[in-house]
Ligand binder design. Structure first.
Ligand code: C2E
Ligand code: MG
Ligand code: MG
Ligand code: MG
Length: 294
């Protein structure tokens, strides 16, 4: 549509946009070799109970350490990987690495046997026809118990082809894998379908939680999502718990779990392991009321 802007058309493509396009093209190119150059790594963010601050598991979050550009965030490269199709290989690597890490923890720390590892699944990955076999293969290869694996999917993803999604989810659920709906409230979903999906949790998007303190409207939205979840027999994870106020308010609303900077940032594998065996030292002191249950 640049051409419709008449004499302004030369202004449309600014140097800044040019720079951004170059960065994007070069990152896309570099992503292809990043897997075998071992430039990706995972961080693990604790998920804790809101009323008594016990560690229940982690969400695995991928990072890319670019050799020249430094750390690139997933908000930038995941959409690129989606578009180019690289997300299939990357998603597979993330799943395997997350499972391998959890199994290693479980071998040395009995407390880890009751923790879940949540892994984000992208839209393209989810719509792969061999998704179920692929995940089965990873469980087998790593020795990961299915009951410790939780997959994060989005409303939009499963609504794409609801019938085949339900079938896929049911097959994975039968293996013992559980599901949460990520970024709940931001996507497209249908209440009538929601109850047909074999899911365990809703994750309330960070944007609603962040604005709770300044907007009563957001408190109401969060309240309604929690009620909806509970009436469907689902538990609720709040993202972006950044303060004591958030924890107290969400706990009062009977939200079961929280994740956010108030408890812990995404941690290196090493620090996450410390959080398992000595949570009172590794996590913010206030976040620990008692050691994790064995
Ligand atoms: P998400 O799955 O909703 O993950 C939560 C994001 O919120 C993470 O950002 C996390 O670092 C951030 N976060 C957690 N607590 C707080 C808080 O208290 N305050 C603030 N400001 N932020 C908080 P991150 O790691 O940058 O990831 C962004 C998104 O990238 C993720 O959102 C997810 O959609 C995607 N992503 C990350 N790793 C993967 C992956 O392995 N595979 C796929 N498909 N997507 C991934
Ligand atoms: Mg997530
Ligand atoms: Mg999320
Ligand atoms: Mg989110």
């Amino acid at each position: 549509h640049a051409k419709n802007k008449g004499r302004n058309r030369f202004k449309v493509f600014t140097p800044k946009m040019f720079e951004r396009t170059i960065r994007r093209m070069s990152l896309e190119n570099d992503m292809r070799r990043a897997i075998f150059r071992e430039e990706y790594f995972l961080e693990f963010q604790p998920i804790v109970t809101l009323h008594d601050s016990r560690l229940t598991g982690f969400e695995a979050l991928v990072r890319w350490k670019h050799p020249d550009r430094g750390l690139v965030g997933p908000a930038e490269f995941i959409p690129m990987a989606e578009e180019s199709g690289l997300i299939i290989d990357l998603g597979h690597w993330v799943l395997e690495e997350a499972c391998r890490t959890m199994v290693a923890w479980q071998k040395t720390h009995p407390a880890a046997r009751n923790l879940t590892m949540s892994v984000n699944i992208s839209g393209k990955q989810f719509s792969q026809s061999d998704l179920v076999d692929c995940i089965k293969g990873v469980l087998k290869k790593t020795g990961m118990p299915a009951r410790n694996l939780k997959l994060e999917i989005t409303e939009t993803m499963i609504m794409q082809d609801a019938k085949s999604s339900i079938e896929k989810l049911n097959r994975l659920r039968k293996l013992g894998i559980t599901f949460s709906i990520d970024d709940f409230g931001t996507g497209y979903s249908s209440m009538s379908y929601l109850q047909q999906f074999p899911i365990e949790s809703l994750k309330i998007d960070f944007s609603f939680i962040r604005n709770m303190k300044t907007s009563q409207e957001n408190v109401e939205i969060v309240k309604i999502i929690i009620q909806l979840a509970h009436s469907l027999g689902l538990d609720v994870v709040a993202e972006g718990v950044e303060s004591e106020w958030h924890q107290a308010t969400l706990a009062k609303l009977r939200c079961e779990f929280g994740q956010g900077f108030y408890f812990a940032q995404p941690l290196s594998a090493y620090r996450a392991e410390q959080a398992i065996c000595a949570p009172q030292q590794a996590l913010a002191a206030h976040s620990i009321a008692q050691p994790p249950l064995l």
